[in-house]
Design a protein around this ligand. Structure first.
Ligand code: PMP
Length: 403
């Protein structure tokens, strides 16, 4: 309907058509108020009630424990690269005021360009503190430069008492993702983390949020996600923050840290139901509609089952293409993302041919990220199994016709 094609884009990405139809209605008249969603006061009783509903949807569908507060923030994942450093260093300073600055250590696990970008921002902001790379998947790749796998357990070296431990659950560009089964060698090594204190564990779940349950959510200090992949439009970031990480950043600054910008501090958002200032009203509205839609289908468990099948079909086609020497996956089997399947089409001009053929069949958004090249098929929640079947049929057709 509406002349829409199939969108395999990596983000912003496809949203359910039913939700977009509802949202179009809401732009004209939000919940019977006679005022459109982009025009209504965020302090109106209708909007504040709606916002509480969005919070409740996330809390229920992800089973967020009462120890954690759900915050709605702005500035995308990129603002969180900074916010987590500033808030977690403030927390560490309040806990250990007398520690020499360089002994405040920030541990980063690098599995792709987004965790690398977060570590780079930490190095900019950490002033005298130390950024420690607890694992770098690149060093394990044949070229020494590619993010093509989740590190084996032997490759991690965590610090004994870091101020934060950072990882990116799903790397949107390289297409690497941690496994959810703790017995899987590509799962996150929770058992190797320092024990005995509340873990300062921070996970970027931007491109896998709501696609399946989050392993060990309760053990995280912060899980955050930009909305613009599985749950809504750009402009909204959801952060699930354990309450001991919502600290008085001004009290920490009096002990020696730099002041934290109000818009990046968690405490004002926690105190004022995510509205110390005007929130991204429209993005929150659409996200609420997506979550209602997903709840009606069976929530995150429903998507986990569908997404498991979707990725299995695409990787099976990729393996068939590899066997014929037509395609080559970017990621080691076992470390590959359910959400972003990254591969090359071998031969001169073959990738352009693959993309043009896909487009002729109404499939767009398959061009890989400029830093990796090749093809990237993003299989977010709103991409249906039927649409994935169509891509898989096209891949097989392409493989068969290859010279
Ligand atoms: N983390 C991940 C995993 C991402 O995919 C992205 C963006 N695609 C970001 C962080 C950065 O998010 P933003 O563009 O919202 O700043």
């Amino acid at each position: 309907p509406h002349g829409r094609i199939t969108n395999f884009g990596a983000g912003p990405s496809a949203l359910p058509v039913e939700v977009l139809e509802e949202a179009a209605q809401g732009l004209l008249n939000f919940e019977g108020t006679g005022i459109g969603i982009a025009e209504i006061s965020h302090r109106s009783k209708e909007f504040t009630a709606y916002l509480a509903g969005v919070e409740a949807q996330i809390r229920t569908q992800l089973a967020v424990p009462p120890t954690h507060t759900i915050l709605f923030l702005q500035g995308g994942g990129t603002a969180q690269f900074s916010a987590i450093v500033l808030n977690m260093l403030a927390r560490h300073r309040l806990l250990h005021p007398d520690l020499p600055e360089r002994e405040r250590v920030l541990d980063y696990v690098l599995t792709g360009s987004w965790s690398a970008a977060a570590a780079k921002e930490a190095a900019r902001l950490a002033a005298g503190a130390t950024v420690h790379i607890a694992a770098d998947a690149r060093t394990l790749s044949p070229s020494g430069a590619a993010f093509d796998r989740i590190p084996p357990r032997s490759a991690y070296a965590f610090s004994p008492a870091p101020a934060l431990i950072y990882y990116c659950e799903n790397e949107t560009v390289s297409g690497t993702q941690f496994a959810t089964d703790p017995a899987d060698p590509a799962s996150f090594p929770f058992d190797l983390l320092p024990s005995g204190t509340l873990l300062p564990l921070v996970g970027d779940h931007s491109s896998s949020f709501m696609s399946r349950p989050i392993p060990r959510l309760a053990d995280h200090a912060i899980v955050y996600a930009g909305a613009q992949k599985n749950v809504g439009p750009a402009g909204l970031t959801v952060a699930i923050v354990r309450q001991d990480c919502i600290v008085d950043v001004d009290a920490a600054a009096r002990l020696g840290g730099a002041p934290v910008p109000t818009a990046l501090a968690y405490a004002p958002f926690a105190k004022q139901l995510s509205m110390p200032n005007t929130p991204p009203v429209f993005a929150l509205y659409v996200t609420g509609l997506v979550l209602r839609h997903s709840a009606a289908l069976g929530g995150v468990e429903h998507y986990a089952a569908v997404n498991r099948r979707k990725q299995a079909k695409v990787y099976a086609a990729l393996r068939a293409g590899e066997a014929k020497g037509v395609l080559r996956g970017h990621v080691q089997p076992g470390s590959a993302s359910w959400m972003n399947v990254v591969f090359n089409v071998l031969g001169d001009g073959a990738e352009a041919r693959f993309l043009a053929g896909a487009e002729a069949q109404g499939m767009k958004g398959l061009k890989g990220h400029r830093s990796v090249g090749g093809i990237r098929a993003s299989l977010y929640n709103a991409v249906t199994e039927e649409e994935v079947d169509k891509l898989v049929a096209y891949m097989h057709e392409f493989i068969e016709q290859a010279p």
